[in-house]
Write a protein that binds this ligand. Structure first.
Ligand code: GLU
Length: 474
């Protein structure tokens, strides 16, 4: 693979017709990594020439998602709708050089011709002589590129080599519409050329556009950037990833408690690999990413792997950072707390098993509850009259401790187990239910350590209060 990498400049060029989806995010990540790897520039271009489908809301969403992922771009984002004069100038240049011509046929006439062709079972092919229909200085016109009638158009792809297209399959297409707006292919080429883009990395769904773009480059005498078409992302069923497969927008993953580090790591690995390594920091990705290790086959979006990566990052990022991310979720639930020693201890425990931030936010309540509620099933199974004397014994001994730390707690439990010939398995759940209200929590010693002596005794005593005494009458 020959890659010239002088002054690398890549771009991400989303059409703002919805939120940023994982496929687009992967494209953005590849372009960003490639630029950062070669100390080049990464620019952001909003392709909003489809006025009906483009929205400002979508632009905000895409920019927010990029920022959340940490994909910083250089300079101000470009907006195609603010560059109409540049496209018009280029189209005029092509009119002057004879590479393009004015076409007066109306969209309605074309539609009629399309229907006619369809009724004969044919696909409409544009005929050059239709350009003259309605020709008059006052009539509106579109500008079409004059394309070769025969021969081949070659596309050089960094991943796939030379791909040859039959020129006869490309008819004279519109570059500038009657309303003065460029078509997608024209705007992309004018922009990539005038923005000095050196490398284009995009999904292979764009491969069908590339021969048209090559013709435009040639007509304008611009150099063609190096292009890599990356295979699309597939769902678990090997069909192209779409909304049918569940959440696919970056913001949906954010809302589900995913960390940007996990998403970046996961998406970078869709189509790119580096030996068997699975975990990559951003810095490592920048250091290691080139197109050499981008494969040709389609990558499958394995949600379990994403979940695994997310839990890895939750466990391994500093608890202070996880705390900062969890705080707003707790606020939403009405729990207004600050990052303090207690929260950090809790995060350290809960992050061992959390798959996402919601897992932490949703299971933290009992640490802060003033009077916990017992889950009915847990209560009837574990807070039984038979265990009451044991709980009471433990409560008393814990209350006698002058140092309330896990070593001392262990000693208390060891003594009680030995004297009563009980295993920890018999005692742990009743204690857990007493302290947390339920049957799932970090280790009971860790929970006790976090709650502190007063709160532990308060909760154990409350549990003792609700357990009926053993019926000794028979
Ligand atoms: N605006 C196009 C899209 O969102 C991308 C164009 C390109 O990368 O060439 O699919």
């Amino acid at each position: 693979m020959t890659q010239s990498t002088k002054n690398v400049r890549t771009r991400f060029a989303p059409s703002p017709t919805g939120s940023l989806h994982v496929g687009g995010a992967r494209t953005a990540i590849f372009n960003w990594l490639f630029a950062r790897h070669f100390n080049g520039e990464f620019i952001l271009r909003i392709e909003d020439t489809d006025q009906e489908r483009s929205t400002d809301e979508s632009i905000t969403e895409i920019l927010d998602a990029m920022q959340w992922l940490g994909l910083d771009w250089d300079g101000k984002p470009f907006r195609q709708s603010e560059r109409l004069n540049i496209y018009q100038e280029h189209a005029n240049k092509l009119l002057e050089s004879g590479h393009a011509y004015k076409c007066y046929v109306t969209p309605e006439e074309l539609e009629e011709k399309r229907k006619e062709a369809q009724s004969k079972g044919e696909v409409l092919r544009y005929k050059r002589e239709w350009a003259k229909l309605n020709e008059s200085p006052n009539n509106p016109y579109a500008i079409r590129l004059q394309t070769p009638d025969e021969g081949t158009i070659e596309v050089q792809d960094l991943l796939r080599g030379t791909i040859t297209f039959d020129a006869s399959e490309v008819d004279d297409f519109i570059i500038l519409k009657r309303d003065g707006f460029p078509t997608y292919n024209f705007a992309v080429v004018v922009d990539d050329a005038t923005m000095d883009i050196t490398h284009i990395i995009r999904g292979d769904d764009h491969l069908i556009n590339t021969p048209r773009q090559v013709l435009i480059y040639n007509a304008l005498s611009y150099d063609i950037p190096q292009i890599a078409h990356v295979s699309m992302i597939l769902g678990a069923d090997n069909k192209r990833l779409s909304k049918r497969h569940g959440a696919t927008s970056v913001v949906a993953f954010k809302d589900q408690g995913y960390l940007p580090e996990a998403i970046i790591n996961f998406l970078s690995r869709l189509g790119w690999s580096y030996g068997n390594q699975e975990i990559f920091t951003k810095e490592e990705l920048i250091e290691k990413f080139t197109l050499d290790n981008v494969g040709k086959s389609a990558a499958v979006f394995n949600e379990e792997k994403l979940e695994w990566l997310n839990s890895w990052y939750i466990k391994n990022e500093p608890p202070e950072k996880i705390g900062e991310l969890v705080l707003p979720l707790l606020k939403e639930k009405g729990l207004n707390i600050d990052i303090d020693e207690k929260l950090i201890k809790i995060i350290k425990e809960l992050s061992q098993r959390a798959k996402n931030l919601l897992d932490i936010a949703d299971t933290i309540d009992y640490f802060y509850a003033d009077g916990i509620e017992f889950e009915e099933k847990a209560k009837s199974k574990f807070l039984t009259p038979a265990i009451k004397p044991v709980l009471s014994d433990i409560t008393e001994r814990l209350s006698d401790l002058s140092e309330f730390n896990t070593d001392e707690m262990h000693k208390v439990f060891d003594q009680v187990m030995e004297e009563r010939e009980l295993k920890l398995g018999k005692i742990a759940q009743p204690i857990r239910v007493s302290l947390t209200g339920g049957t799932v929590s970090p280790g009971i010693f860790e929970v006790m350590d976090i709650l502190g002596k007063d709160e532990v005794l308060k909760r154990l005593n409350k549990a003792l209060d609700v357990i009926p005494n053993e019926d000794v009458s028979n």
